[in-house]
Design a protein around this ligand. Structure first.
Ligand code: ADP
Length: 644
């Protein structure tokens, strides 16, 4: 037997513990949900393993989670006959290595900078469940025996920076966690009280698929032989006695296997809460049963709010796979495409091959068929939604739908129908591509769009002036994913998507004058190009603008300005693509610059004006100019020269 060892918590874990130890958070009762859910996971793991290694169960085949409360000692114990942990596992899981969730949790907490974020759903989203015990306990003892070890391990801590580990005795497999409760403060719940525990389990753990048991006091009628009676045979004194009975506190309902008509709205919402820890009711749900070759039941929910970690790389998916109520795996990426990662729910497939490892799950024909089917159903659920509800959904999850546009080639058309954009004409409202096409002008050949990082500068962009003048609508795209989505989309309803800042706009030219202009101004353009040598690859007359003087454009296959910005900001180096400086030769200023050029090609002002034109183009698209103070000085001088 090894000696008792004392160890320090890793810094991150200790930070987290301090948070819990000093918590003033009012929903402290969720520690119980966390422990029950850990126990349930441990039984899931054992059960899954026992599918192929039946011997590991021994005689202990009735899975259960037991709660034992002791009001005198001020303790509450949660016990399970799950898979247990070895010495090394305890060290790894509890205390030493911060669970992947711990770091994220602290980061997210830091971001929000307030303790009010210590809400139940906030805690539940991370793998920090166990530590929440220190909200209510000043000492925690965990005793566990793994199926892989003859010895048991005892872990103990007061949450004060260190914990101890030692070998111990335990007869049965599984884990027992005893909390020495802090003194109950005014208006706080006493977690040794039967009715308190019952209520918490009902509220937070009702759908846990294993019985949560507790010994409860019950009044029973006295058996006749024990009943005192008077001389007439009538009972006197107590007619009942207090007995201790084991009671199951949760309903364990697998509502996903039930018929829709047998599930109430309240049960649906409760189950959603159980799955997601999200206290907002779901936006909508999909409950279905498919029979035939591909047989499965599914209960899937779409949350009403996007989780804060929707775009974090490590985030988990929300769908668990079951086989006839037996949990197989959670976080099942194999069932749901990446872009539907916000869906929460359960899929139960009775014909699943239980020998499947996670690695080969993806290749399993049944799993693949289920996935295909689910995608189809969810897509039609979304497209059948009422406009208002759908827009609410889109506000939260639109970005991921557009991610699908970029990644799911098979469903591209359906996803394109689900995409919504704000436009130059929509006054902040969403427009579908279908609506856009229906509103196209008779002579309009393409669907025009423009990408950028904010709506305000896009809507006033010089690039759009001619398009607006022709009364063409332009889709304004402000999500980084739009750049990728639009490249995958290519066309809709036979109409090409065309960037307003790239290549030839392919619109009917009002006249041929502009071509002549080009010849007429050839020397000037050459001059400006030379002056700006390092910045632009060409100087051209523009068809895009009406009132603005200058803008920058790219060739059809070049990166857009926004794309370059996204890549640079994400730390992936982007080539500095030189763009084309387009000048509006219809603008009087250009005529004046040209006549100055005609008079004296060596006028020093000309070079200065060239830079100014370039800076105007950059500012016009909401970009940052290289030398703002110089720009400001130049404008000052210009103002001075025009003002009398
Ligand atoms: P999470 O459960 O979210 O991973 P916890 O801090 O609650 O985070 O638990 C850390 C790990 O400790 C779990 O992932 C699991 O491996 C292990 N563990 C916790 N409770 C039990 C238990 N009752 N039985 C077996 N293992 C457990």
């Amino acid at each position: 037997m090894s000696e008792k060892v004392k160890k320090q918590f890793k810094t991150e874990v200790q930070q987290l513990l301090n948070l819990f130890v000093n918590s003033v958070y009012s929903n402290k009762e969720i520690f119980l949900r966390e422990l029950i859910s850990n126990s349930s996971d441990a039984i899931d793991k054992l059960r899954f393993k026992a599918q192929t290694e039946t011997a590991i169960l021994g005689n202990d085949t009735e899975f259960k989670i037991q709660i034992i409360a002791d009001a005198d000692k001020k303790t509450i114990t949660i016990e399970d006959n799950g898979i247990g942990m070895t010495f090394d596992e305890v060290e790894k899981n509890i205390g030493t290595i911060a669970q992947s969730g711990t770091g994220d949790f602290l980061k997210a907490l830091e971001k929000s900078k307030s303790n009010s974020s210590l809400s139940p759903e906030f805690i539940g989203q991370f793998g920090v469940g166990f530590y929440s015990t220190f909200m209510v306990a000043d000492n925690v003892i965990l005793v566990t025996k793994s199926i892989d070890s003859d010895k048991a391990v005892k872990w103990e801590s007061s949450g004060d920076g260190s914990y101890t580990l030692e070998d111990t005795e335990k007869e049965t497999r599984g884990t027992s966690i005893t909390l020495h409760l802090k003194p109950v403060e005014k208006e706080e719940q006493d977690f040794t009280k039967e009715f308190v525990i019952k209520e918490i389990v009902k509220q937070h753990s009702d759908f846990v698929p294993y019985p949560v048991l507790m010994d409860v006091e019950k009044q029973e009628p006295l058996p006749e032989t024990e009943q005192m009676v008077d001389k007439d045979g009538k009972p006197i004194g107590d007619t009942t006695k207090t007995v201790i009975k084991e009671e199951t506190l949760n309903s364990m309902k697998a509502i996903w296997l039930k018929d829709k008509k047998d599930v109430t709205e309240e049960e649906y919402n409760e189950f959603y809460k159980h799955l997601s820890y999200d206290w907002n009711p779901p936006l909508t749900k999909l409950h279905m049963k498919l029979e035939g070759v591909t047989e499965y039941s599914a209960l899937l929910y779409i949350p009403s709010k996007a989780p804060f970690d929707l775009f974090m790389r490590e985030r988990k998916h929300g769908v668990s796979l079951y086989c006839k109520r037996v949990f197989i795996i959670g976080d099942c990426k194999e069932l749901i495409p990446e872009y539907f990662r916000f869906i929460k729910g359960v899929v139960d497939a009775p014909d699943l091959n239980l020998n499947l490892s996670r690695e080969i799950l993806q290749q399993d024909a049944l799993v693949r068929n289920i996935k295909k089917n689910i995608v189809k159903k969810v897509l039609s659920l979304l497209s059948d939604m009422e406009k208002e509800a759908y827009e609410k959904f889109y506000e939260e999850f639109g970005q991921v739908i557009k991610e699908g546009l970029h990644t799911d080639f098979e469903n591209k058309d359906k996803l394109a129908d689900l995409a919504r954009y704000k436009t130059t004409k929509s006054e902040g409202k969403y427009v579908s591509l279908k609506e856009y096409v229906a509103n196209m002008k008779p002579d309009q050949k393409n669907i025009f769009y423009m990408t950028g990082d904010n709506f305000a500068s896009l809507v006033n962009s010089p690039h759009l002036e001619t398009l607006k003048d022709k009364d063409y609508e332009v889709l304004l795209m402000t999500d980084p994913i739009d750049e990728f989505a639009v490249q995958s989309l290519v066309e809709y309803d036979g109409k090409k998507l065309k960037s307003a800042e790239k290549g030839d706009l392919d619109i009917d030219k009002p006249d041929d004058k502009k071509k002549e202009n080009h010849e007429e101004y050839k020397d000037l353009f050459e001059f400006v190009k030379n002056a700006l040598d390092s910045k632009v690859k060409d100087v051209k007359p523009s068809l895009r603008m009406k009132d603005s003087i200058a803008c920058l454009s790219a060739n059809d296959y070049d990166m857009s300005a926004y794309m370059e910005k996204i890549l640079k900001e994400s730390g992936q180096g982007a080539p500095n693509t030189k763009r084309v400086l387009e000048l509006n030769m219809e603008h009087p200023v250009m005529g004046k610059i040209n006549s100055l050029f005609g008079k004296d090609k060596n006028d020093t002002k000309l070079k200065e004006y060239s830079f100014l034109l370039y800076d105007l183009a950059v500012i016009g698209e909401g970009g940052k100019i290289e030398n703002p103070s110089l720009f400001s000085k130049q404008i000052g001088e210009l103002l001075n020269s025009v003002l009398a």
